[in-house]
Write a protein of this length. Structure first.
Length: 234
């Protein structure tokens, strides 16, 4: 994320929730030089005149801590953004649209969350091996675990559609489920900007109003792709 920020400029930068993981608070929580470097760059963007919005997510349990570390004041849970071509987009983390959170998902507890985190780490550890040997037993098991986790950490299209239409919007830009995606639900645009832990993705808007998901790996091709994007949501 630091490399991405170093290679881009924007009129607006939206941090779409779950920036400081308050669910993981405890003896293992730490803030090191790499974290501070990202926070310092975000603060530098704000000093240079970029509008930086810190939109709270469900993991941002201690907003005062997040505000202190990032040098920002938390924005509302929902922001309306109008694209260059006139579309009205609801920008929000998205946890308020998650039925499983409202129902009290078991891994909202500290032990449950720790276990879910370990499952994700176990799944992602040998990602390249899974790609190279797609028929291996470990690859199959990891795939099934991923599908099971996604099943209970996903949005219902009907909830998205109803929430966007009820607010009179043309679409939604959100995060929460950590899976980058851009598609239509009927006439509604659903765009999930992913995360900076696994997918390393952001949503950028070009000067023509086109919204595009960008996976950042620091390559010249990626840099050129979004060098003129005025709006970044990550």
């Amino acid at each position: 994320m630091l490399d991405f920020l170093h290679h881009h400029e924007a009129e607006s930068l939206y941090l779409v929730g779950d920036i400081i993981d308050g669910w993981n608070w405890g003896p293992g929580w730490f803030w090191d030089a790499a974290h501070e470097a990202v926070a310092a760059e975000i603060r530098a963007w704000a000093r240079r005149g970029t509008y930086v919005a810190l939109i709270p997510g469900n993991h941002d349990a201690d907003l005062e801590l997040a505000e202190s570390l990032l040098g920002l004041k938390a924005a509302p849970l929902e922001i309306v953004y109008r694209t260059i071509d006139g579309r009205r987009m609801l920008v929000t983390h998205g946890h308020q649209l998650d039925r499983t959170l409202a129902a009290g998902r078991w891994w909202q507890t500290s032990p449950g969350y720790a276990m879910a985190t370990r499952i994700h780490q176990w799944y992602g550890r040998d990602w390249q091996e899974r790609v190279e040997r797609p028929r291996s037993l470990s690859a199959y098991l990891r795939y099934r675990v991923k599908r099971a986790v996604e099943y209970v950490t996903d949005f219902d299209d009907r909830d998205i559609f109803e929430a966007v239409r009820a607010r009179g919007m043309d679409g939604i830009i959100c995060g929460h489920i950590h899976r980058a995606e851009q598609r239509l639900i009927g006439p509604i645009w659903y765009i999930n900007d992913g995360d900076w832990v696994e997918s390393r993705t952001a949503l950028v808007e070009g000067w023509d109003g086109a919204l595009q998901l960008l996976q950042w790996n620091g390559s010249p091709e990626r840099e050129a792709l979004a060098s003129d994007a005025p709006v970044v949501a990550s």
